[in-house]
Unconditional design. Structure first.
Length: 89
């Protein structure tokens, strides 16, 4: 629902906040499911799948990755995003 509305620049902003500020998004694949992102960070290839309220992927996600992700999504989509998550509207 929300994640499919993300623009490429927004996805890159999320990834840089979670992975590394110098991370380079090399591919964004948008299948019928949620976006899949390939990133080059510190000479390592990382893969992520973005969902509306969670991010999955690279083995070394920081402990607060979900928090950072939801904070960015809230910034992009506003209070409706949080209400939908909390109230499951």
């Amino acid at each position: 629902m929300y994640v499919k509305q993300l623009q490429d620049a927004q996805i890159a902003e999320i990834i840089r906040a979670i992975s590394d500020e110098d991370a380079e998004v090399t591919e964004i694949h948008r299948p019928y499911t949620d976006p899949e992102v390939t990133v080059l960070s510190q000479d390592m290839v990382e893969h992520y799948v973005l969902h509306d309220y969670d991010i999955e992927g690279f083995d070394y996600l920081p402990e607060n990755a979900t928090y950072i992700y939801r904070e960015k999504m809230l910034k992009f989509f506003g209070i409706g995003y949080a209400e939908h998550y909390l109230l499951r509207k």
